[in-house]
Design a protein around this ligand. Sequence first.
Ligand SMILES: C[C@H](O)[C@@H](O)[C@@H](O)C(=O)CO
Ligand SMILES: [Mn+2]
Length: 596
Amino acid sequence: MVDTAYRFQSGFPKIGIRPTIDGRRKGVRESLEVQTMNMAQSVADLISEHLRYPNGERVECVIADSTIGGVAEAAACADKFARENVGVSITVTPCWCYGTETMDMNASIPNAVWGFNGTERPGAVYLAAVLSGYAQKGIPAFGIYGQEVQEASDTSIPEDVKGKLLSFANAGLVVAYMRGKSYLSMGSVSMGIAGSIVNDAFFQEYLGMRTEYIDMSEFVRRFEEQIYDVAEYEKALAWTKKNCLEGPDNNPASIQTTREQKDKDWETVVKMALIARDLMVGNPRLAELGFGEEAMGHNAIVSGFQGQRQWTDHFPNGDFMESILNSSFDWNGIRPPFLVSTENDSLNGVVMLFGYLLTNTAQIFADVRTYWSPESVKRVTGHELSGHAAGGILHLINSGSATLDGTGEQQRDGKPVLKPFWEITEKEAADCLSATSWRPAGVEYFRGGGYSSDFLTRGGMPMTMSRINLVKGIGPVLQIAEGYSVDLPADVHDTLDKRTDSTWPTTWFAPILTGEGAFTTVYDVMDNWGANHGSISYGHIGADLITLASMLRIPVNMHNVPEEKIFRPRVWGLFGTESKESADYRACSNFGPLYN
Ligand SMILES: C[C@H](O)[C@@H](O)[C@@H](O)C(=O)CO
Ligand SMILES: [Mn+2]
């Protein structure tokens, strides 16, 4: 595992836990002190045991110095949280407390309240009272209480409560971690793709992020003036030659580039990867080499590279740079991915960021290229789709930033998975690399050459595809499709793949159908997809995305997440309980973006 310290030097937000209590002394408060503090401690233990920061360390919790029985103690706790960089607030109580006097009034961070479901003391009554206060004051807060009544002496956290606490804390940390960071736009709008019109108001108001912009000529300046770590470049090039095997050139012989040009392209694409990374997060080595300004980077947690066409018409394309940065390993070993979106599609970059921060695993960026109905597959190949694929499949394929982790060569219990970097073994990283070949770019599209990663994602993995679209008059809208990667017989894959650009990585994706709305058929999923790209995460993370979207006030226009898994602020129910989709739209528009 490599040293990640310089990437994460600004530190991580903590979870603040507020034990609130009935302030009446001479009996009531004293009798509750221990139980209340124990609840706070058990929540802190739960969170630190289960949740990790992007560098693999356990999430840290801060508990108020005392239980909170009134406004003076609430203010003391707020001071402590501000000093300790608390970005997410959880109030816990087993008893009645004074709602508006004890609540956390910080509207710019996610808030939740866990009210103990006992009847000796009315924790759930406080929960209801304080949540009505939150609704009345316009601060959406999440309410948590267990299904089953607990004994007063029971210090355990019921399973249903654990689930909600962790979902809330996980999504809340994403909100907190994004705040103050940047999206780095490398280049401008790619081929008229609207998602690459980087919208600063969206980033600022909904995510609390900056947008930074550089011209792609900055790469040329850094090539020519050697503004990169030459020693690292040499190491990277040698590693690439050894581990990134060049595949066959698919171009007609008359337009194939020479061996000499191909070798030169390898040198350029490796330099591009170093430079893009340095632009995003900085590099202390550059300061030692006399480039103090460049050493600082742009504080970017996600970026996008325009590439097409001004760059790719002349220089090698960005595919190697994007794929290797988006992967969990490179010449420096196994390390957290750097998120880069192809074609500077910033809106797809944002869902890559959500998926990554929710799971700590790398993301597949892809074109949502083709809906293959069972009939079309049968007509073209004679094959009958079955299993998860029975209703048809989507061909996800793209030059550029699909992570090599997306090969599915990492394993857990013998099954293909994508893992957080700290769980990936050397062998698994090597297997992802051997499952990938690097195909000379199609020079009709990419006149400047370059190399595209070519692999086929293993089937059987639970995956979630998502996408943000901007709608004039509404703002951002999120769409989510949970499904599975699927295996096709090799000859069937070949026939379908060869009809398109077979030098690109493929994921065959079968969304889960619910029989309703956008999930009536696979065709409907494709037909309702809002743009040319999607980001694909390992696991069924739709519920986490929905929780996160509600914190940011981004409505969800389509999803196939089971109702019982959805967790949003309590006040969403006050916008109507019949059609939760339209209530979500009204709630988001009523409260407006988190940082407005
Ligand atoms: C080579 C082509 O221009 C592709 O890059 C194009 O199909 C896209 O990926 C559009 O998103
Ligand atoms: Mn694309």
